[in-house]
Write a protein that binds this ligand. Sequence first.
Ligand code: MG
Length: 339
Amino acid sequence: MSQDKIGMNHGAGGEVMGNLIADTILNNISKKSVDGGIGLDALDDGATIPLGDYEIVVTTDGHTVSPLFFPGGDIGRISAAGTINDVSVMGAKPIAITNAMIIKEGFPIENLDKIMKSMNETCEEADVAIVAGDTKVMEQDKIDEIVIVTTGIGIAKKGEIIRDSTLEVGDKIIVTGSIGDHGMSLMSFREGFGFDTDLKSDVAPMWGIVSKALEIGGVKAMKDPTRGGFANAINEMASKSGVGILLNQEDIPIKEEVKAVSDMLGIDPFEVANEGKVVMGVKSDLADEILEAIQKDKYGKDAAIIGEVIEGKHVLIETPVGGERILEAPIADPVPRVC
Ligand code: MG
């Protein structure tokens, strides 16, 4: 792909996309934040707008997942949960989303009905309203099925926003469940394993888990490991915080089915999207208590403390035989169009 046209890598979350965002997007925007709030150039999960004693959190996400319906979810559930989760990991209670849909001419209304019911169900679960929307139709050959863009709005008390860049040496790292479920289930579905599999997407709203952790306190940094997977999220948290991280491989939960499919397809489960997980850095003296609270949530049963923040600049994984390897952020997305 020539350098003057958009290629798939420009949407893959790696260095190529980073350069596009820096050179062509951020460079062209003059005002990127409001009244000292977190702005666009922080490239955090959401932005904040200070308002009296509160901060409004805003985030937006476009969804191009293919296929539209997959084991464990559909584009409606992802469009709601993805946005709700980006608000949640900022430490803000999600209160509303907006929903813009661009639909292909000829798209079955029955499928749109299913997608809307699923989006609604996901919002109900997190007590989130759908307060605005837009519906556009494009000609048959101009768009692939349906593209959904949701914007999430949340609220937090001033000073309670959680960043992804504020880890400190000694913090413990918690992951709220097994890694790689969404990307690997989509991939195996596309490869023809169908709905007849134990492997399901984890797509779910995370505010329940996040609020349980926030109630205890001591949450230092959070991120939802979506595109680029756990490897991308943990590296971003480490590099933005200027710290290293040491993980214990045996403590990182990965389902047997995910391991099997990942071996079969040669795709690293650390590099594929999760849509119902949170990675947290927490104060070490509160880590056990936070873990216990998370495990009480229906989406948090497999949560684990998987490592700690150290001095340095790499994310290291300690292997069962006592070796160490560097976990790098993925260069490109091994599985496109998963969210
Ligand atoms: Mg995010």
